[in-house]
Ligand binder design. Structure first.
Ligand code: ATP
Ligand code: MG
Length: 395
């Protein structure tokens, strides 16, 4: 067993010593079998959330009613979830009532996809009741059990299936694809917040092009905010989002490629329920794609928007990132004589003193005039120099 798992072994030991079962489950087991980098490690146990809390010193309640407690061990967080069955569902969304159970097998059966329903014990032995390993070998995405039933229970699983296609490059099984086509409308019952999480992972997947094709073939995209209105154009379908870094870049590229103007872009991102901060950053990035940069524009955009929109521009035209060009842009930005108005050697107060005039709109206008001259290197950013220049301009 490799490092991230061995670090969590003491948690399993503590549970065992107290008479409980405990296994590694979910994404981390799938990823280790695939030889991929392992993300968060999830643990499943028959201990109830209360029992888990009582056995460990550092725990966080993140949804005890659904069975999950975070255990912090040696600085690392682990989600420890009680075995459960999810029999009854309320309006296709969340399990109406979670039943804690003592059978690992049953817990694995309630999981979404076969590749996500594999467990591993403390000795590294694999427990696979649903053919998950075989599906990993065959690169196949299918639900545990009848897809139509599983999508009725929780329609988000359709999005999750496509998201894993994007991350892993797997194929959808025919039965799962057929159920998706029939049941796509159920996605309307799912909150935008849950859909957004899957959409962002889908956009950043290495096999995004494959995934977006499935979204189109199954018409699932019609159930996603605003996408049926704008459609998914060719450029959007082939854009290598995975080469971008932050979500602000991903959404910035998305609205740019959709061809939305600012007002439309704002309402699009609001429909997707982005935070105000992320929304503003995405709008700014989108605005500067294909920009003809000069000192004033760099000043206006700021360093991070400059670099992000340059990346989007490169990917749009060349499908790759030119790091030397980014370095050069960063150097040009660093060389700007001022980075914001506070850096200007002359303040609004100084201006009022020179002009012997009361505050008013004129200050911003005149500072802008000075700022331009400084940025264009026509004027030195030194108080006396600016004062002399202003007097000379008056004559
Ligand atoms: P990631 O690497 O992105 O974290 P993951 O497979 O760990 O992928 P999570 O969203 O963290 O995905 O969920 C953890 C596990 O919980 C899944 O592997 C799956 O077994 C189960 N699961 C998550 N969401 C659902 C769902 N909607 N229905 C059924 N089981 C689910
Ligand atoms: Mg996970």
């Amino acid at each position: 067993m490799n490092e991230p798992f061995t670090h969590a072994v003491p948690i399993l030991h503590t549970l065992h010593q107290n008479g409980y079962q405990a296994y590694f489950v979910g994404g981390a087991v799938r990823d280790v079998l695939m030889g991929r980098e392992i993300g968060d490690i999830d643990i499943a146990t028959d201990a109830t959330p209360d029992a888990v809390e009582s056995l460990f010193d550092h725990t966080i309640d993140v949804g005890k009613e659904h069975g999950t407690v975070i255990v912090i061990h040696d600085g690392v967080s682990y989600e420890v979830t009680t075995f459960r069955s999810e029999s009854e569902y309320e309006d296709f969304r969340r399990p109406k009532e979670v039943q804690f159970i003592s059978s690992l097998k049953e817990d694995l059966f309630r999981r979404d996809l076969t590749i996500n329903a594999i467990a591993m014990d403390v000795n590294g032995e694999i427990i696979d009741h649903v053919g998950g390993k075989k599906d990993i070998q065959r690169k196949r995405i299918q639900t545990v059990g009848d897809p139509a039933c599983r999508f009725q229970e929780d329609a988000l699983r359709m999005m999750r299936a496509v998201r894993f296609i994007s991350q892993l490059g797997f194929q959808l099984s025919d039965a799962t694809a057929d159920a998706m086509k029939k049941d796509k409308h159920l996605l309307a019952n799912i909150s935008v917040e849950r859909k957004k999480i899957e959409m962002e992972k889908l956009l950043k997947g290495r096999y995004y092009e494959q995934a977006i094709r499935i979204l189109i073939e199954t018409k699932l995209y019609e159930e996603l905010p605003c996408l049926s209105k704008y459609g998914l154009n060719e450029q959007l379908q082939t854009f290598p989002f995975y080469l971008l870094d932050g979500l602000e870049e991903v959404w910035g590229a998305f609205i740019h490629l959709l061809g939305l103007h600012e007002k439309e872009a704002v309402s699009f991102l609001k429909e997707w329920k982005l935070s105000t901060k992320l929304l503003k950053e995405a709008i700014a990035i989108s605005k500067y794609v294909d920009c003809n940069w000069n000192a004033e524009k760099m000043f206006e955009a700021g360093e991070s928007v400059l670099l992000s929109s340059l990346k989007v521009t490169q990917l749009k035209h060349e499908r790759r990132i030119f790091f030397d060009e980014l370095e050069a842009a960063k150097r040009s930005y660093d060389a700007l004589p001022i980075k914001n108005l506070q850096d200007l050697a002359l303040s609004g107060k100084d201006l009022m003193a020179i002009r012997q005039k009361k505050a008013g709109k004129w200050i911003a206008e005149e500072l802008d005039f000075v700022k331009k001259a400084v940025l264009q290197n026509r004027l030195e950013n030194r108080k006396e120099a600016i004062e002399e220049w202003l007097i000379a301009c008056d004559q």
